[in-house]
Design a protein around this ligand. Structure first.
Ligand SMILES: [Zn+2]
Length: 309
């Protein structure tokens, strides 16, 4: 009995802070001014989501922020999961021993983070140069050496991967992978409070095809209590979902939409890994050099021709 009570309190606590409330909504996307939590009301210095202005992004050749090489995803293939409609979104949470949960490390992450849950926002919360996507999936990870309450008090306590989704009626076999993986589960979660457990999901199919091309910055949760504890990793290459699946999400009973309004840029600094840029600048340099050599060659020839004539 005691264990059960403790379990419920823990679940409520986790749910409250990770985008959901256990017994239905106590806050709503229709009135953000009434959200609980000081950060949500007053706003902090690094609130999320934001519009990512690509000409203000630092390409991190000097490894100021992205210091830990390429991102490493471990154990995303067969993930024991439960599904829930919490009144704000549809969420899949990892089940079983935390040691078995998928983990991520590398890139901007100094520590290893374990996957706790993923959920969906439609439309997207972040945008790139003012452009939003039809959907954004958030993979919420907790720093492996911390429990959730500790993580919610550390500026890098959580790592959230954001994957944008484009919608297309006709998808090829590769593009269909994401929709095929979750399509069967969504109809079970159409109403608030609906849940199921014991699904095995291949979450790799929901990750971006280019896993080392992303934007990263220190920001906040995009739902109460908006704690500024998140290392955001936002992939710029979207996955595809089918028209059918997107329409189904449109019918999920959670209200009109489920994205927080975009926040003012204050202490945010967005970085991009250098790897994606290594080839382009080199290519440009080579072309420029060739151009310079060719120009010089012709100038010399011209001079020679002039001097001999
Ligand atoms: Zn979210």
């Amino acid at each position: 009995m005691f264990v059960e009570k403790v379990y419920i309190i823990v679940v409520m606590y986790i749910d409250l802070f990770l985008c959901i409330s256990f017994y239905g909504p106590i806050w709503s996307y229709d009135d953000e001014s009434a959200w609980p939590g000081g950060f949500c009301k007053k706003g902090g210095k690094r609130q999320s989501p934001i519009n990512i202005q690509t000409n203000n992004v630092i390409k991190d050749f000097d490894r100021q922020f992205i210091k830990h090489g390429s991102l490493k995803f471990i154990g995303y293939e067969n993930v024991l999961s439960s599904g829930l409609n919490n009144g704000h979104t549809i969420q899949f949470s990892t089940e079983g021993y935390t040691d078995m949960h998928p983990t991520i490390t590398g890139g901007p992450l100094k520590y290893t983070y374990r996957l706790e849950q993923l959920h969906f926002h439609w439309l997207s919360e972040h945008s790139i140069d003012g452009v939003k996507f039809p959907m954004e999936i958030h993979f919420v990870h907790v720093r492996k050496d911390l429990n959730i309450s500790e993580a919610l008090n550390k500026r890098d306590g959580l790592a959230i991967l954001a994957v944008f989704c484009n919608v297309q009626p006709d998808l090829n076999e590769n593009q269909r992978e994401a929709s095929d993986e979750i399509m069967q589960h969504i109809p079970l979660l159409m109403r608030t409070g609906r849940r199921f457990s014991g699904a095995i999901l291949n979450l790799r199919k929901l990750l971006s095809p280019k896993k080392n091309s992303y934007f990263s910055y220190l920001g906040s949760l995009t739902s109460p209590e908006c704690n500024e504890v998140v290392v955001w990793i936002i992939f710029d290459n979207p996955i595809y979902i089918s028209d059918d699946l997107y329409r189904l999400f449109g019918k999920v009973g959670i209200g009109r939409h489920n994205f927080r309004s975009q926040q003012k840029i204050k202490h945010h600094q967005v970085y991009q890994p250098p790897d994606a840029f290594i080839t382009t600048p080199k290519a440009v340099i080579v072309v420029k050099d060739v151009y310079k050599h060719v120009t010089q060659f012709f100038q010399n020839i011209t001079r020679q021709v002039r001097s001999t004539s």
